[in-house]
Write a protein that binds this ligand. Structure first.
Ligand code: ADP
Ligand code: MG
Length: 340
């Protein structure tokens, strides 16, 4: 579906590694019996592991929920809520499903909180740059200026009674690519918990959500990738129980021209890929919807300004800059370990 990216399919799985523990000698009834599914959805590679249950039904329900979210929130799928909103920009309000309505409201709230570093109306700029889609295309200043004029989260008008929303200007468009995978991962957790699952690891395109701890009661250990090296090398590990760990980085979808790295996280105030001196930001938070939006915003803001936003918001984060310097926010002490 490509919330944001068409060529994103190839990249993922690699963003993180997860230490599960070796030597599982599981019987079907034992707590460490695992049911695993890998699949493509939401424009990315996904993997879900459910422990301690010999029953495919929770996995089927989780998968169906992801597909439902994709059908409603993809900007690409004809007939989706987001597609309808974008097609009717400047024309008419559009009635939305409850979940799209709520997530769009959260996206706008976060856009406001981050003072526009995250902006869910970024789509005209995303299309213009087409990172990962158009080949090494650098738009002109005039093109950028034109599209920037369309990006403004304040221009979404909600009607709570009618459960509808409207973009006020023609040409405006919503992009939930920076938040919807996080939301989907939270939804998978909710569905699995509703089935009585107590241990699961959900990875939707690098949005990792741990349901409970590992089957042996230990925390999950989630690796933070070295952004300068191909998948599989890690600079640090965070240990979590029942938390989301979400990374935004410029190292997956980009091209380099004349020494500049053009990637897919755009600074709405500049109209171009964020140049904040960072290669990645990893957020640890109670839910992955907030973590996803926060990671994107922190990447745009950079380390110093990002710390200010973190203070207001209350999440924890690990910043990796272009020199591979690692900066962890306050509160990332007990559960965080640098490697090497
Ligand atoms: P990924 O989707 O690679 O995990 P992010 O969560 O950071 O990374 O989301 C990046 C996607 O979000 C982009 O592909 C684009 O669709 C959208 N996006 C880019 N810049 C912004 C921004 N400043 N605010 C909100 N969404 C953005
Ligand atoms: Mg994000």
């Amino acid at each position: 579906m490509e919330f944001s990216h068409v060529a994103f399919i190839l990249y993922l799985v690699s963003s993180f590694f997860v230490h599960t523990y070796g030597g599982w000698m599981s019987s079907k009834n034992s707590p460490d019996h695992v049911i695993e599914r890998s699949f493509h959805a939401l424009g990315t590679a996904n993997n879900i592991r459910i422990f301690g249950r010999d029953d495919e039904r929770p996995m089927d329900l989780a998968y169906a929920r992801i597909m439902e979210i994709e059908d409603r929130m993809s900007a690409f799928k004809r007939g989706s809520d987001v597609w309808a909103l974008n097609s009717n920009a400047g024309v008419a309000p559009v009635r939305l499903h409850d979940d799209t309505f709520d997530l769009l409201k959260r996206a706008v709230a976060f856009s406001r909180l981050s003072d526009g570093a995250f902006d869910c109306t970024i789509r005209p700029l995303v299309e213009l740059w087409g990172i990962g889609i158009k080949k090494n295309y650098i738009p002109s200043v005039q093109e950028i200026t034109e599209k920037m004029a369309l990006v403004c989260y304040k221009d979404i008008v909600f009607d709570d009674g009618a459960m509808s929303a409207e973009l006020t200007e023609k040409g405006q468009a919503i992009d939930l690519g920076g938040i919807a995978k996080g939301y989907a991962a939270d939804e998978v957790k909710r569905v699995l918990a509703g089935c009585g699952i107590e241990s699961a690891l959900i990875n939707l395109g690098g949005n990792i959500v741990a349901l409970g701890g590992r089957p042996d009661g230990q925390p999950w250990r989630i690796g933070i990738q070295n952004p300068l090296v191909a998948a599989g090398e890690y600079l640090a590990v965070v240990s979590v129980v029942d938390k989301a760990v979400v990374t935004s980085g410029s190292y997956e979808r980009y091209f380099i021209e004349e020494g500049v790295r053009y990637h897919h996280i755009l600074d709405p105030r500049a109209g171009r890929p964020a140049q904040s001196g960072l290669l990645s930001v990893t957020v640890v938070c109670g839910n992955s919807t907030d973590a996803d939006a926060l990671a994107t915003a922190l990447f745009v803001l950079g380390c110093d300004n990002g710390m200010e936003l973190l203070k207001n918001f209350g999440g924890k984060a690990v910043f990796i800059d272009e020199e591979l310097q690692i900066t962890a926010s306050e509160g990332m002490t007990n559960n965080f370990e640098k490697l090497g």
